[in-house]
Design a protein around this ligand. Structure first.
Ligand code: GLC
Length: 663
């Protein structure tokens, strides 16, 4: 049962696709106060768990902190961060009574989940213009499913996107890409994608190619395809201001860019220097921007990643102007009169400054809307631009697409990666904790930068992180320019990397099948344990293990120098370890707590009692996986329903896509 309560005159975000009648009844769970903006409050019982918020900091259980939905380009995901790149305003209170709440509101929103008062949940925003959906159901999982149905089917990528991908900021030439291809192929480490970061463009201009380094690009794309590799270029939100550059000229001429109050095109500096932001909220401008992806699809490209779409602002001319005086005073000051801290904050405050977000406008249905009132929609609508364009370019074909910034609704057009993390052990665990919350909010195709984006990765961190990445739909190793080289073949004993990534390819038939079942059934691919074992008080507390699909549980190692970890088994399960020599170690473990040894070069999973999963032979790329010769692992006598399709087209409903595999 879903109730819709409308406050004021909300902006139509198009997060929801299902039609729900507006309810006249008052809020049943908690109270709403409209005296000073909007504020919802409710009392939390001691045993209540609060799930949700998608891509957010801290735990699976979000209790005990304050989170702010305010999409921000923030590479420092320290424990005290309240906002990350996304805004996913769905929460689920699970306890004696369980209910879900979706606050469909595209500006800044505060989720105080037992922060000010440990027993109080409060959600507030400045303007009382929003739609609140209250979702009831039998249990947490059922509520999440109802919500997912409301927001529409999750994005489905092509099957190759379940392969492993290598990325790094700094690949500049064809030779750089060939080196990566060779590094993997020569070492027989499976690989399907190499990502192209901003250096492939000419002066960081969207929909261009570096003239010197990427001549005859279609041939190069083809050369990589012959190696069974796909190139996946990045697209940034800001369009470089440069006379004569086609995209810029078209946007200016047609008034497709976001404008200042005086009607001039708003300028923000990002990678290319000064840029304009395409007004992707304006349907005409959105179509125009989306159509430009064809520049690359025409050359053989089949996937993209959308970046800097919070939208990130390094600085604006107005911002620089405003601190000029301060800087000059500081430079003249020899007496310590101008505080260095104030100075530093002023300079750092140039980036992503709230003042700048208040100074430009969108055109929606003939109305002018100030950006800060719809800020959290920008990444969503940029990705929607691409998704709608792909439908025009080739309606039968699936394209790979994921974005950095997002809002609920975007999950229908693409996946997300979780942005600039660090090569920190704590971020491996944070990656795990975000996964079920992201799924609840519709984002099934997700993953983090494996090995960490910023800072130097160590060999053991990368191995352990890959052993989690084996299970995430998006499995990509990405790192920042200037950090330690992070491609697998750069480390000693490459056979360990070959083995771990090899396990991924053996599992792809199962992982893909479970992904598709989750997408088609509005279900979760990753679940907190309590979603499967709602009556089990221990399961409710587990923050470092996940249920995956209908058959398995994962419990990755996330601490340095550990040779294993404690695992909680909510029921009897079969532990399966993929050993480096290619063999399997299997042991039935009873319900309860248990220390499980997992070496650095092993992958472990737990199969639920009475279930089994298929296992393919290793392959170097997705298309080479042989699903006609698979073995079954788990409990003998059981069977598994495998979903399989061609991985390219969209014939999801064909009953022939399902077949029963018996063990
Ligand atoms: C941003 C992205 C990162 C990318 C970099 C350069 O920081 O999050 O993934 O490598 O920009 O494009």
């Amino acid at each position: 049962m879903i109730r819709k309560i409308v406050y004021g005159t909300p902006f139509d975000t198009q997060a929801v696709v299902g039609s729900v009648e507006e309810s006249g009844e008052p809020m049943a769970y908690g109270a709403v106060c409209l005296e000073d903006g909007f504020c919802y409050t409710c009392t939390l019982a001691e045993e209540d768990v609060v799930y949700g918020l998608g891509e957010a900091n801290r735990g699976i259980n979000k209790r005990g902190y304050c989170y702010v939905s305010d999409c921000t380009d923030i590479p420092e995901h320290t424990e005290d961060r309240r906002s990350l790149y996304a805004a996913h305003n769905f929460i689920l209170v699970s306890g004696e009574r369980s209910f879900g709440l979706f606050f469909d509101y595209p500006a800044k929103m505060i989720f105080d989940i037992g922060y000010t008062h440990m027993d109080t949940l409060s959600v507030s925003c400045e303007e009382a213009n929003l739609t609140l959906y209250v979702i009831e159901g039998e249990d947490a999982r059922h509520i999440a499913k109802q919500f997912r149905k409301l927001i529409g089917r999750s994005y489905i990528p092509p099957k190759f996107a379940f392969g492993y991908g290598q990325s790094r900021w700094g690949y500049c030439t064809k030779e750089d890409f060939r080196k990566v291809a060779k590094g993997y192929r020569n070492n027989q480490i499976p690989l399907d994608m190499i990502y192209m970061d901003i250096d492939y463009m000419q002066d960081y201009k969207d929909f261009t190619l570096n003239e010197e380094n990427f001549q005859e690009f279609p041939q190069f794309v083809q050369e990589m395809k012959e190696e069974n590799l796909r190139l996946i270029p990045i697209i940034d939100a800001g369009v470089k201001v440069e006379k004569g550059y086609e995209v810029y000229e078209e946007g200016v001429k047609n008034r497709y860019f976001c404008q200042r109050e005086d009607g001039s095109d708003f300028v923000a500096a990002v990678w290319p220097g000064d840029t304009h932001f395409p007004d992707v909220l304006n349907p005409e401008a959105r179509k125009w921007f989306g159509d430009h992806y064809q520049f690359l699809t025409d050359q053989g490209i089949e996937g993209f990643w959308n970046d800097m779409n919070e939208p990130a602002i390094f600085y604006t001319p107005e911002g620089v102007e405003a601190i000029k005086e301060k800087v000059q005073a500081f430079l003249k000051d020899t007496q310590g009169q101008v505080s260095i801290f104030e100075m530093r904050d002023a300079v750092l405050g140039l980036a992503n400054n709230p003042r700048d977000y208040q100074s430009f406008y969108h055109q929606v249905d003939g109305k002018r809307i100030r950006h800060d009132q719809v800020h959290n929609l920008y990444g969503y609508y940029m990705t929607r631009a691409a998704g709608e364009a792909f439908e025009r370019i080739d309606p039968d074909k699936r394209f790979l697409m994921f974005s950095r910034s997002s809002y609920i609704g975007m999950h229908r057009y693409g996946g997300v990666w979780t942005g600039d993390n660090k090569s920190w052990w704590s971020h491996l665990l944070l990656n795990l904790k975000m996964l079920p919350s992201l799924n609840m909010c519709g984002f099934l195709y997700t993953g983090a930068d494996l090995g960490g984006f910023g800072a130097d990765a160590t060999r053991d961190l990368l191995l352990r992180w890959l052993a989690l990445g084996v299970f995430t739909p998006l499995m990509r190793n990405h790192s920042a320019a200037g950090t330690r080289d992070q491609e697998c073949y750069r480390f000693e004993d490459v056979e360990d990397f070959r083995h771990i990534i090899g396990v991924r390819y053996r599992l792809i038939p199962y992982l893909y099948s479970e992904y598709m079942k989750a997408a088609l059934g509005d279900d979760l691919y990753f679940k907190p344990l309590a979603f499967e074992y709602p009556k089990d008080p221990h399961a409710r507390q587990v923050e470092d293990q996940l249920m995956l699909g209908g058959e398995i549980m994962i419990a990755p190692v996330y601490t340095q120098n550990a040779r294993g970890r404690y695992v909680y088994l909510p029921q009897e399960m079969k532990l399966v370890k993929f050993l480096p020599d290619g063999s399997l170690y299997e042991e039935i473990l009873p319900q309860g707590h248990r220390y499980v040894e997992i070496a650095l070069n092993e992958v472990a999973l737990f199969i639920r009692q009475g279930k089994c999963i298929p296992l393919a032979r290793e392959a170097q790329y997705v298309e080479a996986i042989d699903t006609t010769h698979m073995t079954m692992i788990g409990y003998a006598g059981s069977s598994y329903i495998l979903y399989e399709d061609d991985g390219i087209h969209k014939d999801y409903e064909d009953p022939a896509n399902y077949r029963e595999l018996k063990f």
